[in-house]
Ligand binder design. Structure first.
Ligand SMILES: [Zn+2]
Length: 578
């Protein structure tokens, strides 16, 4: 078989040394810092029989930097390649090794060696504090335009102990320790809930970290994010890995953060314990994930895991592109976007989505299609929903606002997988949203370092695939929605209410009694021009550079307290407790 995949090409480029020096350097730097940080813990785990000739982080980092975003091909080397990846994953994600890292971290930071009670406080204190109580509120917000569950209304919102406890007509005279009168051009929204964010810490913190990502989120009116299980090292595929990630997230997060678990080959036995430890569901891939420590599932493995998740009513969220279809597609190399687009055909998505639908049908499990790009798949999704499958679908601002026809040569800031497609595709995605076939919109914020975006060469086959947009989602979607005559109320449902519901976040996603007082003061008519250097996420790159948008978030409140961008007050949330 001819050499068809960029993963092997990338590897050759790296090992031959000359072609991508900047990329190698980046991988090397990352690997070295990860090595230094983790060397002692890695040494500690050697006694258990697993020889550790080099740090697992080193292996993972080097491999991911080389392998871009394409799967291995189905030739003779395929199985060898698969088992190599499994062994990378086994080593990087080994629970005993991670327990060692946790112990190290706790020692280094003077934390008790026992697992601390880092659980969030359980909800409001519920002492009859709903409307009718005449005690002062902690905070009252008054305005002509409050986005209630019944649409925009003139209201006064009373907040106590972090919860919304009063929603009264404007003029009721609620009294608060603090009160805010909205300006004429301001609307009060429930904080947005973004269930698809890659934070990458620990392990690839130079790509993105909890402090920077959650600041970006808060600035964009997002008050809850759910972090994806991959791109951090280790991947969140067992309980120690989840605990380790929480150590880094606590005290650094400006908004509430929850976690997805990962489903990879061989970790079925860890799914239930991750669920019990509060993950909101499980992510899997049906093709190479882009990082070797997070291998993908074959369709039969997906079905096995779906059956497992069904036993405790958890949700499987799937990156649905078909490995074989991508393998047989043309090569992505070069700086012409159209070449890259042809390397990620709609057919790859369509095949994989059909697979997810049928396996969900056979098992009766709950499934969710991540980042839908191919509008071809909408009819079969609609039909599966009509059949009563427990299936939901998300799409992202980039598929709803960008056009492949307009992407300049070499502009790798636009590269993501699945890719941004043509204008006709975008129009159909909007139709799918409006008719309810697509359930909600999330960012899929997936940053990397500038080096890994291959800015010097602009080679779409080499650059990391991922768009950074966490701070801009609301303005992007609102700008486009308004142009199409879509109400702000629907935008809020797509970006707050519905993702919260699907993730089982019972106190998020609505401006309603008993819900967390997570609020955003939004000025829908205020325009601004995107400047990557002024966004809060770590690496200053975005495909929306210089784009004029309308809709600015002026202030964000988390459980009634304004986010000040100085003191991180976010909580780590768990399924069933938020
Ligand atoms: Zn993603």
């Amino acid at each position: 078989m001819t050499q068809k995949n960029s993963s092997r090409k990338g590897r050759e480029a790296s090992s031959s040394g000359g072609e991508k020096p900047q990329e190698q350097e980046a991988a090397q730097e990352v690997a070295e810092s990860a090595e230094a940080q983790q060397a002692s813990a890695a040494a500690e785990t050697q006694h258990d029989g697993a020889p550790e000739p080099e740090s697992p982080e080193t292996v993972a980092q080097e491999d991911s930097a080389r392998s871009a975003t394409k799967p291995a091909s189905l030739d003779a080397a395929y199985h060898e390649e698969q088992s190599r990846k499994l062994s990378v994953s086994d080593r990087v994600n080994d629970p005993d090794r991670i327990r060692g890292l946790i112990e190290e971290y706790r020692k280094e930071h003077g934390l008790p060696t026992q697992r601390s009670e880092d659980r969030p406080h359980a909800g409001a204190t519920d002492e009859g504090t709903f409307a009718g109580d005449d005690r002062k509120f902690d905070l009252v917000v008054r305005g002509e335009r409050i986005m209630t569950t019944a649409g925009l209304a003139a209201r006064e919102v009373g907040v106590r102990d972090g919860k919304i406890v009063a929603l009264e007509p404007l003029g009721s005279g609620l009294v608060g320790e603090r009160s805010i009168d909205l300006a004429e051009d301001e609307t009060l929204l429930p904080g947005l809930v973004d269930t698809h964010v890659h934070i990458n810490e620990p392990g690839r913190t130079d790509w993105e970290g909890f402090a920077t990502a959650t600041r970006a989120a808060a600035a964009g009116g997002v008050t809850t994010v759910l972090d994806m299980p991959l791109n951090s090292i280790p991947a969140t595929v067992n309980v120690p890995a989840l605990e380790y990630k929480r150590l880094f997230a606590q005290n650094q997060s400006f908004i509430d953060v929850g976690f997805w678990g990962g489903a990879i080959p061989g970790n079925k036995k860890h799914l239930r314990s991750l669920h019990d430890d509060g993950v909101f569901g499980f992510k899997c891939f049906l093709l190479h994930s882009g990082v070797d420590e997070f291998p993908h599932l074959e369709a039969d493995e997906l079905e096995e895991d779906l059956a497992e998740l069904k036993t405790f009513d958890s949700l499987m969220i799937v990156h649905a592109e078909d490995s074989r279809a991508i393998d047989r597609a043309p090569q992505p190399e070069g700086d012409v976007y159209d070449t890259f687009l042809r390397s990620r055909p709609r057919g790859a998505e369509n095949l994989a989505i059909a697979e997810v639908i049928e396996r969900a049908r056979w098992t009766g499990a709950k499934a969710h299609i991540l980042h839908l790009s191919s509008s071809d798949a909408l009819p079969m999704i609609a039909s599966a929903k009509e059949d009563g499958l427990d299936l939901t679908v998300e799409t992202c601002p980039h598929y709803l606002t960008l056009l492949s026809e307009e992407i300049p040569n070499g502009a790798t800031a636009f590269k993501c997988c699945p890719p941004v497609r043509e204008v006709g595709n975008r129009e159909l995605l909007w139709e799918g949203l409006i008719d309810g076939t697509i359930d909600f919109i999330v960012s899929d914020h997936s940053p990397s370092t500038l080096d890994l975006k291959d800015l010097d060469n602009g080679d779409f086959g080499v650059a990391w695939g991922g768009v950074s947009s966490l701070q801009l989602g609301l303005a992007l979607i609102w700008t486009e929605a308004r142009r199409r005559g879509v109400e702000l109320e629907r935008v809020v449902q797509w970006m707050s209410t519905k993702p919260a519901q699907r993730a089982g976040l019972r106190s998020k996603g609505k401006l309603a009694l008993g819900y967390d007082a997570d609020l955003a003061i939004f000025a829908p008519d205020e325009g601004f021009v995107v400047d990557a250097g002024k966004l809060h996420h770590k690496n200053p790159i975005t495909p929306y550079q210089n784009k004029a948008l309308s809709g600015r978030v002026r202030r964000t409140f988390l459980r009634g307290a304004e986010v000040d961008f100085q003191e991180p007050a976010g909580r780590l949330i768990r399924r069933g407790e938020a």
